[in-house]
Design a protein around this ligand. Structure first.
Ligand SMILES: [Zn+2]
Length: 370
């Protein structure tokens, strides 16, 4: 018996040592904070830095890290990789972050990746994506979909340098300075919960407001996704940006289309093309000096700017040299409508009901964080 415990103790010791060398516990996420910056500024209290995975480095803080020919210059040294951690938070360019910060050279500038526990990431994310002053059931719905989205991307990009962008390309994340107790409560009360379909964690796309009807995934990205078919939503009418208008010169639109690789010359007119079942434009007809061209509306929106043309649900007319757009909704329209979820929560629906409405056929399950 004694021998058994001795062996067990030794095994624990050996594996404990191995565990200590691992980056963090299993349920973490890697988020790209900076891509392409030439310099970043690092600060914090009790900062521990490891160079090239082996060598502890004494830093004189705050420190400026710079991309140089063979790597990253830090306090007069050149390293290929620097991993920093701190008991509380690390400060990167004036903003606080939990977990570790990894800085490596990339093709252009520096790549700065924040690795942190998934739920810490979610607490910071709430006030980037919505407001923690919204009803608690809307915060919980946001926590579940952001967790589902992150888990899905972590699996998809498991061999990449990071799992998520910190912008609207994935989910907006700006560190821990804007965490608060309501955001933390929404994450804790849904701890480990993700949406699944056929036993797999879903691609939980979401957007600001749908303008009246959410969009089917195939209308934006070309392939159908069974739980992203599009549903009626009359709940986002109080959103501040539900109606929008934009006036742009034809010259500006032409140059933006060309910058995105479309061969457009002498743009004279823009006409709405077909509309899909959700009311959004499927395509647009461009009248140019070389004749008519048809362009998918989501591609037009991305080329001209997704914050300029806020949705593909719009009317357009050309007056002189200007194109005048009048539209509804903000975002691609796929999945949960954040402003709709807010209203549904105010109307007394709980987060499970909100989620099953926007992602029909999905199940809410407790993920083990594998
Ligand atoms: Zn809506």
């Amino acid at each position: 018996m004694k021998l058994f415990f001795t062996i067990l103790f030794c095994l624990c010791f050996i594996f404990g040592e191995t565990g200590a060398a691992a980056p963090l516990q299993a349920d973490t996420i890697r988020v790209a904070l900076q891509k392409g910056s030439e310099t970043i500024r690092l600060d914090g209290t009790g900062v521990l830095a490891i160079a090239d995975d082996v060598e502890p480095l004494r830093l004189s803080l705050p420190v400026q890290l710079k991309r140089v020919m063979n790597g990253v210059s830090v306090n007069g040294r050149t390293v290929r990789k620097l991993v920093a951690s701190a008991p509380a938070v690390l400060i990167v360019n004036g903003k606080g972050y939990r977990g570790t910060i990894e800085i490596t050279p990339s093709d252009k500038g520096l790549l700065v990746v924040n690795e942190l526990p998934l739920d810490d990431y979610l607490v910071g994310l709430i006030n980037c994506e919505i407001s923690s002053q919204w009803p608690m059931e809307a915060i919980k719905a946001q926590a579940v979909i952001a967790r589902s989205y992150a888990v899905y991307q972590r699996e998809t990009r498991k061999n990449a340098l990071y799992h998520l962008e910190s912008s609207v390309l994935d989910q907006v994340y700006d560190g821990c300075d804007i965490e608060d107790s309501r955001a933390a409560r929404g994450v804790q009360e849904t701890a480990g919960e993700v949406l699944t379909y056929d036993g797999r964690v879903i691609q939980a796309f979401y957007h600001s407001n749908c303008g009246g009807h959410t969009e089917a995934a195939e209308n934006v990205w070309g392939s159908p996704i069974p739980y992203l078919k599009g549903v009626d939503c009359k709940y986002c009418q109080s959103a501040p940006s539900v109606k929008w208008e934009q006036t742009l010169t034809l010259g500006r639109i032409e140059s933006q289309l060309r910058n995105s690789g479309y061969k457009v010359a002498g743009l004279k007119d823009i006409r709405p093309g077909r509309r899909n079942a959700s009311g959004r434009l499927t395509d647009l007809v461009l009248v140019t000096a070389n004749g008519r061209q048809t362009l998918p509306a989501p591609k037009f929106r991305m080329a001209v700017g997704s914050t300029v043309i806020r949705s593909t649900n719009f009317e357009v007319r050309v007056v002189g040299d200007n194109a005048v757009f009048a539209g509804a909704g903000y975002g691609h329209g796929v999945g949960l409508c954040q402003w709709g979820a807010k209203q549904r929560a105010s109307d007394g629906f709980d987060y499970r009901e909100i989620l099953s409405y926007y992602y029909p056929g999905t199940q809410l399950v407790k993920n083990n964080g594998d």
